[in-house]
Design a protein around this ligand. Structure first.
Ligand SMILES: *Cc1c(COP(=O)(O)O)cnc(C)c1O
Length: 529
């Protein structure tokens, strides 16, 4: 009988730091530096408009070091997180993030590097960016990646901007982007932002886009298709190759939303599916903590013919030739192969003759997307993650992720009878249920989600995708054990068969804060204490 993790523990009260402040209290005391104190000199004051010079000291909290540590440690216990609970939030890939990634990203020589440091002082770091690019090319079969976009949706935007620029350069006015209704919600939004008109394609009951269904949408003003694969039902688009061929025949591009790359990482290459552009959410598949709106990385990869459109700056490898590193520049092409060839031609030992520089020489670049090169710490974590797995084990990530999701799908289908819209087939990294069975027990999708919190589980994604009634979308990821998953399934079973409506409407009850008004903060934001 699995035991639920539960969430009984300390729920300490906490007052804002400002209210804990006492005049003169200091977190750290440093010895007097012996320099004379000077105020603002008269002529210095002349440069600043008088009304901007403050008369009183700023109202900052004055607190001791233990107060600060306790404040934030106590606050952190109020939240559910991947390090404390199972987090089956569909389409978000909330896998456990190995601590080795943090350790590497936190090394002094990595975290303290100023972004303006000259290339010759940070060669190993530029090599990380360069080599990681090569690895992603190998995993996808594409020609080159850019790390400029800082989120998945930013990657989509960049990819569509590339398509836009391509047609603009050719003087062609292709306005439409086809978007199946099984795509992620960001897809039509990115299309609009990039200046296109999204055209929705209904996928019907099978959950996938049939190549035949595509034909009637094809015309000369279609710039491309944006397809999420696996789609938001967690199902692989099995016609993907045919779809790509149809698009290419029409002179259109195939953009794949690759946020769900963890479904086939190391087992299938998107180049074989005919994909021209993809974004990979490094913060999802490659295990960087995410969810709080912090830095991410929506790396975009493109085929050979679109390389010159990628954002700048980027890292390129050049062949070192005496002191003049500029000579013998390798055409930044598919970096790995070119360099291999160039090294061979020059009779150099691998690695020994390479120098890494940042460059902005892309002929048709869509421009800059980030203040500097990339979210470097995210990239380091992703790189550490891949290296710690090793080439031979990378494929097991997607194998176990898919196995876990299908285990959940089959087991829950027995409990939530008649609620699996795709009962016959297999899913990829996540599975979706409708609310038929739980509604019969008198529990709504929202209540199921809230009740699960009391059992010690983060709620799954709910009411998405929109075309599944009362959707419950579960992504267990590969990092969860069968023990954890069994206990989650047991909790759903208990909720379905044992929990009364009167209890359900009041859930969660064991948390610090119970049912919140989910729209109030958006509609009436309060920005002060
Ligand atoms: C998460 C996700 C996105 C958006 O990625 P962000 O990094 O949140 O911008 C886009 N598409 C799919 C399928 C996703 O799962």
């Amino acid at each position: 009988m699995p035991k639920f993790p539960g969430i009984r523990g300390f729920f300490l009260d906490e007052v804002p730091l400002l209210r804990q402040s006492s005049r003169g209290v200091r977190g750290v005391s440093i010895p007097d530096c012996g320099l004379k104190k000077t105020g603002l000199k008269k002529d210095e004051g002349a440069y600043i408009n008088k009304k901007f010079i403050r008369k009183d000291p700023p109202n900052l909290p004055e607190v001791s070091e233990p107060s600060v540590v306790r404040h934030f440690t106590r606050l952190s216990s109020w939240n559910m997180c991947v390090d404390s609970v199972f987090y089956p939030l569909g389409s978000c890939t909330m896998k456990y993030n190995p601590k080795i990634n943090e350790k590497i990203a936190g090394l002094e020589n990595i975290k303290n590097i100023h972004p303006e440091t000259p290339s010759f002082l940070i060669q190993p770091l530029l090599k990380i960016i360069h080599d990681f690019n090569c690895i992603l090319c190998e995993l996808t079969g594409l020609a080159e990646f850019s790390f400029a976009p800082q989120a998945g949706a930013a990657g989509e935007f960049a990819g569509l901007k590339i398509i836009k620029k391509y047609f603009d350069m050719k003087g062609k006015n292709r306005k439409k982007i086809l978007v199946p209704d099984s795509s992620h919600g960001t897809n039509p939004a990115s299309s609009v932002l990039a200046g296109f008109t999204p055209v929705e394609i209904k996928t019907g009951n099978a959950g996938t886009l049939a190549a035949e269904a595509l034909e009637k949408y094809i015309s000369k003003d279609v710039a491309g298709i944006m397809i999420t694969n696996p789609n938001t039902f967690g199902i692989f688009e099995k016609d993907i190759r045919k779809i790509s061929d149809i698009m290419h025949k029409n002179g259109s591009f195939v953009y794949m939303d690759g946020a769900n790359f963890n479904a086939f990482l190391g087992n299938a290459r998107v180049s074989d599916m005919g994909i021209d552009i993809i974004q990979l959410n490094l913060h999802k598949t490659f295990s960087t903590p995410h969810g709080g709106g912090g830095p991410g990385s929506g790396a975009i990869g493109v085929v050979e013919s679109l390389k010159e459109y990628l954002p700048v700056p980027y890292v390129k490898a050049v062949i070192k030739s005496g002191a003049n590193v500029k000579s013998g520049v390798v055409d930044n092409g598919h970096i790995k192969q070119d360099i291999k060839g160039a090294i061979k031609a020059k009779g150099l030992k691998s690695g020994s003759g390479l120098f890494y520089v940042t460059a902005a020489d892309k002929k048709y670049t869509i421009g800059r997307m980030a203040p500097f090169l990339c979210s470097f710490a995210v990239l380091v974590r992703a790189y550490a993650y891949l290296l710690s797995l090793g080439k031979n084990n990378i494929g097991s990530v997607s194998e176990i992720a898919v196995l876990n999701a299908n285990y959940v799908k089959k087991k829950l289908a027995k409990i939530l009878q008649g609620s699996d819209p795709f009962e016959e087939g297999l899913c990829m990294h996540e599975c979706v249920f409708n609310d038929k069975a739980i509604e019969e027990s008198g529990v709504s999708t929202l209540e199921l989600a809230k009740l699960l919190i009391d059992y010690g589980f983060h709620p799954p994604t709910v009411y998405f995708p929109k075309n599944i009634h009362g959707a419950i979308m579960i992504e267990p990821t590969e990092t969860e054990s069968i023990r954890t998953i069994d206990s989650f399934i047991k909790a759903v079973e208990e909720i379905k068969f044992k929990v009364k409506k009167s209890r359900a409407v009041k859930s969660p009850q064991k948390t610090k804060i119970g049912r919140v008004n989910e729209v109030l903060a958006n509609k009436k934001p309060v920005f002060k204490y």
